[in-house]
Design a protein around this ligand. Structure first.
Ligand SMILES: [Zn+2]
Ligand SMILES: [Zn+2]
Length: 305
């Protein structure tokens, strides 16, 4: 992210950002402490946001003391930032087939849950993993078992925390390329831990679902409803795509600048069946201000009723 420009170092906005009838946010930097992400999200015009609570490509978690959690809570209350979504570190693979790596992943995921609870986050997003060396069915079962193992003894329901299984681009051995696979993990965990789904528009598109044509969109939403259930999707990742539909290539693009296009996001954001969800962008920052522009693009699409 060479072009990143820290909004915290810029003058504070004089007027509060305009709000919309939807919860809209973006994945926000936790540089300098997770609590800083709340101030950044507000300045970017968000009323919800997503963060990492550990470095996304290292095992080491961020420093997380009680004062930081309290400050995070204060800022979220002050700015009405709801929900707080935490995205799990990318190294964790709960479908992993070597015992050492699996144990390490379960331990790291347990840390993710503990930090999410400490931060009073509502959602913790997890990719269902890669089943290389096994088969898909076993991989899905193992991911569910590993989530159950990682959360043993932790009271997620009391903390108001739900684990969200994210659909993926479905490349090679990665699990979660279809709604059915996400639904299967959720089903396995139904009696163990609060669990639902996070649906990423870029992943849906490159996995091969049609969300671009009006007819295809309606069909895809019907499929989503009959597998996972629309009420079981409290968070949408709103990302345009660089690659073609069905390419299985996971490359996010700015809202309206990719192979999905602005009209699809207008449809998603204004669909009354999805109105309960939070919509969070995970778009690239190629130029300074891209994060703010992508949030603004999403907000502009929401009809004012
Ligand atoms: Zn995503
Ligand atoms: Zn992605």
């Amino acid at each position: 992210m060479a072009a990143e420009q820290d909004i915290l170092k810029m003058p504070a906005p004089r007027r509060p950002p305009k709000l919309t009838a939807r919860r809209i946010g973006i994945h926000t930097s936790s540089a300098g402490g997770v609590e800083n992400a709340a101030e950044r999200a507000y300045r970017l015009g968000c009323n919800t946001f997503q963060i990492f609570s550990s470095s996304p490509r290292q095992w080491k978690p961020y420093e997380l003391g009680r004062p930081q959690c309290e400050q995070m809570n204060r800022l979220r209350e002050k700015y009405d930032l709801k929900p707080l979504v935490i995205h799990t570190n990318y190294l964790i693979n709960l479908a992993g087939t070597t015992e050492v790596f699996l144990r390490k992943s379960i331990e790291a995921f347990r840390g993710e849950i503990e930090r999410a609870l400490a931060l009073c986050a509502e959602y913790l997003v997890l990719h269902p993993g890669s089943f290389r060396g096994a088969d898909r069915e076993k991989g899905l079962l193992q991911t569910a078992a590993a989530i159950a193992a990682a959360s043993r003894g932790l009271d997620l329901a009391k903390g108001g925390l739900t684990i969200l299984i994210e659909n993926t681009a479905g490349a090679e051995y990665s699990l979660g390329g279809s709604f059915e696979q996400v639904a299967e993990v959720i089903e396995h965990l139904r009696n163990h831990v609060p669990v639902a789904a996070c649906i990423d528009t870029c992943h849906v598109h490159v996995a091969g679902y049609d969300i671009v044509s009006e007819e295809g969109f309606q069909e895809t939403i019907r499929t989503l409803d009959s597998t996972i259930g629309l009420k079981k999707v409290p968070v949408w990742h709103c990302n345009d795509a660089k690659a073609a539909r069905g390419s299985k290539l996971d490359r996010h693009q700015h809202i309206g600048k990719g192979t999905i296009g602005l009209e699809v996001f207008r449809r998603v954001l204004n669909d009354p069946r999805l109105a309960h969800a939070a919509f969070i962008a995970e778009t690239p920052i190629d130029q300074p201000g891209d994060d703010r522009r992508n949030v603004a693009s999403l907000k502009k699409l929401v009809k004012l009723t």
